[in-house]
Design a protein around this ligand. Sequence first.
Ligand SMILES: [Zn+2]
Length: 108
Amino acid sequence: MYLDIPESVRKKERQKAKDLKKSRWWQNLIQDTECYYCQTPIQRAQVTMDHIVPISRGGKSTRGNLVPCCKTCNVQKRSLTAVEWTEYLNQELSGTAPSSTQSEAGTE
Ligand SMILES: [Zn+2]
């Protein structure tokens, strides 16, 4: 599933996000916040703004689609949607990732 968003629309949404970053709403939000994805408390200077649905997937720069995010998650998330990303995180946390070579089936 890949949406072809015209560059003009992307530019507009990026600009809107920039404007919202300066808004009182966002500034208040990041005073004392945590990462939307990993729930790590983030210092104000480290907060990045993330689109839950990326602009490239048709997401808009609205308050409902913008969340504070730590730099680590922001970099890793890239163009994944929040749902895909959350699934990825859940896998990591529950230890069911295929990379795990340890046998979970034990002597219960
Ligand atoms: Zn995070």
